[in-house]
Ligand binder design. Sequence first.
Ligand code: HEC
Ligand code: HEC
Length: 200
Amino acid sequence: MASASIRYLAIGLVAAATVPAAAQPERVKELATTVCIACHGADGNSPAPTFPKLAGLQSEYIAKQLNEYLAGKRKNDMMAPALESIKAGDVEPLAEYFAAQKPAPGKVEDPKLAEAGRMIFADGNASSGVPACIGCHQENGVGNPRYPRIAGQHREYIVEQLTQFKNGARTNDRGRVMRSLAARLTEEEMKAVAEYVAGL
Ligand code: HEC
Ligand code: HEC
């Protein structure tokens, strides 16, 4: 009895481990090329500046965001229909797929503004209590599993997220780290730091 159910369990585990592993690449490719492509590009290098680039973001970060959209902890009308095509089991494979794509380089359009932004990125603003971005987002904004890559991200998207953190529309940052610092950033500082980061 006991050995029979153990054998049964073992067969179940083997099946569970092999079936999704074989089906995943195709399912992810299909989602990326039929659903995500419309806004983020099939390789995660979204052509439109209001849609974030996903290519090269840390898989931990992408998975966290997808899970939080699915749970309603981060909300966006544009993402809502796409989320209906995702099942819980798609989150990890999608995160790994986009994390493995090569991010297209961005470029600075306003060097003077970018220079002001570089100072905020590297030193923060002591007089208003804004900490340096580099302290968390790392040298050149490449990020790590805890703090996402922001290097090369579209400037418009960066400004939009900083604004959402500031006005409380986005609240999924653990420990309010981004909300409390965005509250101290002026609009001009947001634009400057976004200009610099977009070119990294
Ligand atoms: C109709 C357009 C649209 C489609 C289709 C779409 N997205 Fe998005 N996505 C957006 C927008 C707009 C945002 C930024 C939303 C915000 O401000 O919260 C976003 C944000 C994201 C983010 C957060 C990125 C970050 O840097 O925090 C992830 C991850 C994401 N999308 C994954 C996907 C995946 C995976 C698919 C396909 C299954 C998909 N999206 C389909 C428009 C779209
Ligand atoms: C104390 C650590 C910390 C500091 C300092 C910090 N960040 Fe962040 N930042 C985070 C974390 C953590 C997240 C991810 C929040 C989440 O999980 O949704 C984040 C997210 C972001 C995002 C959203 C990324 C995306 O793809 O949606 C932007 C943009 C950003 N930070 C910009 C900045 C800028 C600009 C500065 C400097 C003025 C800065 N951050 C300083 C911790 C930090």
